[in-house]
Design a protein around this ligand. Structure first.
Ligand code: NAD
Length: 257
């Protein structure tokens, strides 16, 4: 039997790298997966692939930073697959690719916090009462290693540090309801987001991840999305039953350098 047999999961950012790899992996492990993203067409492709492999998935086009959308995501998931046992708050943005804080527009800063921090808080706020009634669950928030080392911009690093803090508060407040909350902290991973950033940096004549790989990993390479998805799977499954409130770093040794 799969490691998530009989479970229902919500995964946000499921049209992209880490979220998409996780949606496919979780479905292969037996979970029914509600796949959420802004990009409806790419989502449909993910869901089709899962169905073709015999899994169960649902595409929900939504903006996770919108309260009504968050409530609709939860309602639609419950209607289709029952109360979620797993919520993977993974959608995230980095609007200020290596810009110094003096050059970051206020709108970018607000947007980074709305999508990276406020969205997972709202999801937890509205889903926790359902999970509690159903006996508990596992929540995973995608942070980054940027809260631990100076690796990114003011908007991104500060918002991802917020994700780690939110994870700890949620773990403390929800532990008595048997809801575990952990953070996945990826290092450099080759996803559509990373690819976009690579192109933009090239255009600006700045070094890309490939150029500085010996500063980003002791393994001499970036990660592929499935290497992050496997940590998310462990955190989602009962195998991590005593893990809560912690950041789990998967970075090829970046934070050691
Ligand atoms: P990605 O851009 O490939 O995937 C993210 C997905 O989130 C996209 O499909 C996007 O459409 C979706 N999204 C963005 N805003 C949304 C919104 N408001 N509502 C719904 N969906 C929305 O990126 P990825 O690299 O797979 O990133 C996944 C997570 O991992 C993000 O939180 C990112 O910050 C984090 N992360 C990535 C890396 C990396 O190197 N790729 C490193 C550290 C952390």
């Amino acid at each position: 039997a799969g490691r998530l047999e009989g479970k229902t999961a919500i995964i946000t950012g499921a049209a992209g790298g880490i979220g998409q790899a996780s949606a496919i992996l979780f479905a292969n492990e037996g979970a029914k997966v509600a796949c959420v993203d802004l990009k409806q067409d790419l989502l449909e492709a993910t869901v089709e692939q899962i169905s073709a492999e015999g899994g169960h998935a649902l595409a929900i086009g939504a903006d996770v930073s919108n309260r009504e959308h968050v409530r609709a995501i939860i309602d639609q998931t419950i209607e289709a697959f029952g109360v979620p046992n797993i919520v993977f708050n993974n959608a995230g943005i980095n609007p200020d690719n290596r810009r110094p804080l003096t050059e970051i527009p206020e709108d970018d800063f607000d947007r980074a916090f709305a999508v990276n921090v406020k969205a997972p808080w709202m999801m937890i706020k509205y889903v926790a009462p359902h999970m509690a009634k159903a006996g508990g669950g596992s929540i995973i928030n995608t942070a980054s290693i940027s809260p631990f080392i100076v690796a990114s911009t003011a908007s991104y690093s500060a918002s991802k540090a917020g994700v780690v803090a939110l994870t700890k508060v949620a773990a403390v407040e929800l532990g008595h309801l048997n809801i575990r909350v952990n953070a996945l902290c990826p290092g450099a991973t080759m996803t559509p987001l990373a690819e976009e950033q690579r192109k933009e940096l090239k255009g600006r004549g700045l070094p890309t991840a490939d150029d500085i790989i010996d500063r980003l990993s002791v393994l001499g390479r970036t990660a592929v999305p499935i290497e992050q998805a496997r940590m998310a799977l462990w955190l989602a499954s009962d195998e991590s039953s005593f893990a809560t409130g912690s950041p789990f770093i998967v970075d090829g040794g970046w934070t050691c350098i």
